[in-house]
Design a protein around this ligand. Sequence first.
Ligand SMILES: *[C@@H]1O[C@H](CO)[C@@H](O)[C@H](O)[C@H]1NC(C)=O
Ligand SMILES: *[C@@H]1O[C@H](CO)[C@@H](O)[C@H](O)[C@H]1NC(C)=O
Ligand SMILES: *[C@@H]1O[C@H](CO)[C@@H](O)[C@H](O)[C@H]1NC(C)=O
Length: 301
Amino acid sequence: MNADYIQLGGEQFVPHCYPAMIFSPFLVAVVVVFASAVTGCPVLCTCRSQVVDCSGLRLFSVPPDLPLDTRNLSLAHNRLTTIPPGYLTCYTELRVLDLRNNSLVELPVGLFLTSKRLSHLDLSYNNLTHVVADMFQEAYNLVHIDLSHNPWLRKVHPQAFRGLVQLRDLDLSYGGLSFLSLEALEGLTGLVTLQIGGNPWVCGCTMEPLLKWLRNRIQRCMSDTQLAECREPPEVEGAPLFSLTEESFKACHLTLTLDDYLFIAFVGFVVSIASVATNFLLGITANCCHRWSKANEDEEM
Ligand SMILES: *[C@@H]1O[C@H](CO)[C@@H](O)[C@H](O)[C@H]1NC(C)=O
Ligand SMILES: *[C@@H]1O[C@H](CO)[C@@H](O)[C@H](O)[C@H]1NC(C)=O
Ligand SMILES: *[C@@H]1O[C@H](CO)[C@@H](O)[C@H](O)[C@H]1NC(C)=O
């Protein structure tokens, strides 16, 4: 074995943690023979002091073997449509991952399970459609997540960012979001900047809790709520999110006044009197008919 990678990162080399093994056992044999290539740089990429740059290479798939001590990895400006599950498993030193400007539609579940040091993640300019629950699970040192310019991004799960207490910057601008639950942001206690502009927000009653929260936090949390506008409903189309006040959501709280209660009580009273009277009249009528027909029968006999 090559001593170079036994000591990587000051941690013991875990034999199963060579990325090539994920792809093919055959490659493992190749690796053993060319052990010096283990910390080598993927073809076409540039590698320099733990920074691996594979940007703008028109890659359709991820480069399989990166140096195990990679800290900054850029795969930006390629044509990636998927990332294999477990791709990042061995790069536990990873701090910065740049996946900007690819064609990613989704990320595999558990991609970041060993990315405990990851702090910057750029997923902007992709084709992501939704952010699932616990997408960034275990990457709880994330400080910065950029999900902007994903025009097909329609859904962010309420638990998408669960546990990311270190998160300072979250960019959700220029997506296809019409709704975002307050739950998704509430737990982000360290949040400093939030970008949500350029989305087709539907400013109905379901958005009220979020907007209220944003208004209350605006002092501590920089946000682009001035830029973010409502697409619907028609009454508030084009209005900045921040301009919506309690008044705008008045219709969401149909509270009854004393007059309303009195009116309802009065209507109820009238209706019950009317029904008693009707029953009384019906009773009399039935009784009369009964007697009348009985009298007729007696006459006929
Ligand atoms: C790694 O990426 C971060 C964020 O993009 C950057 O600030 C830092 O300078 C990069 N490190 C190196 C050594 O290039
Ligand atoms: C995305 O990458 C392509 C090259 O693959 C480049 O021409 C284009 O300008 C990039 N777009 C952005 C928004 O960076
Ligand atoms: C993104 O997805 C949409 C439909 O989901 C598709 O029409 C479009 O071509 C995709 N764009 C890229 C760059 O993959």
